[in-house]
Ligand binder design. Structure first.
Ligand SMILES: [Zn+2]
Length: 202
């Protein structure tokens, strides 16, 4: 077992505790009445743990004005990320959602049995996806401290609007900030997770 494993587990457990009882793959709009404020960003490259290409699909609908992402397989069993109402969230936050959802494919979450909603395992998966997302923005998109601040400010803004308690917001942000300081590439982090899950391709 690598020396980093216990630290990761501790961090995630601490974060999971405070995140609370709401799924956070969503972001509310700036103004629920007027969707369509922001340009939709170009999705990042994304392959799942089996090497399959993940397609990003835009759709409107769902809860009015709420930007949201969902990682799943479509009716033909192809891996996709459904992007809902992205025009209602700022580009920096759209980029974060894209990479967070992609991470659910990269770490194999999508093809594993779904853990009980908001249980410790589910919250751990969410923390891992947040971590992968910020590492990608750092290493592939050149986000520095200023970029990190933009992401966390947007996240705080969106979560506040939905009504998350402060402890959930600050814990999630704290996890993201800690991940930003992590040594190693996003892929190395993903590989550690896959290895733990027995999913690492030889
Ligand atoms: Zn998620």
């Amino acid at each position: 077992m690598s020396p980093a494993t216990p630290r990761l587990t501790t961090l995630i457990a601490a974060v999971g505790f405070a995140i609370g009882s709401v799924c956070f793959d969503t972001a509310s709009s700036q103004e629920t009445q007027t969707a369509g404020t922001f340009e939709v960003v170009t999705p990042p490259a994304c392959n799942n743990d089996k090497g399959e290409v993940v397609r990003f699909v835009d759709r409107s609908g769902g809860r009015t004005g709420m930007a949201a992402g969902m990682a799943r397989r479509d009716s033909s069993n192809n891996p996709i990320v459904l992007r809902s109402n992205y025009t209602s969230a700022p580009p920096v936050f759209q980029s974060f959602i894209d990479r967070h959802e992609c991470a659910h494919h990269q770490t194999g979450d999508v093809d594993r049995p779904h853990p009980p909603r908001n249980g410790p395992e589910h919250l751990m998966n969410e923390s891992i996806s947040d971590c992968v997302a910020i590492l990608r923005l750092r290493d592939e998109d050149g986000y520095d401290q200023a970029g990190l601040k933009k992401v966390t400010a947007a996240l705080r803004n969106e979560m506040t609007k939905i009504g998350f308690p402060e402890i959930s917001i600050s814990s999630r942000i704290s996890n993201i900030e800690n991940c930003f300081l992590k040594l190693g590439t996003p892929q190395e982090f993903i590989n550690k997770i896959l290895k733990k899950r027995g999913l690492l391709q030889p």
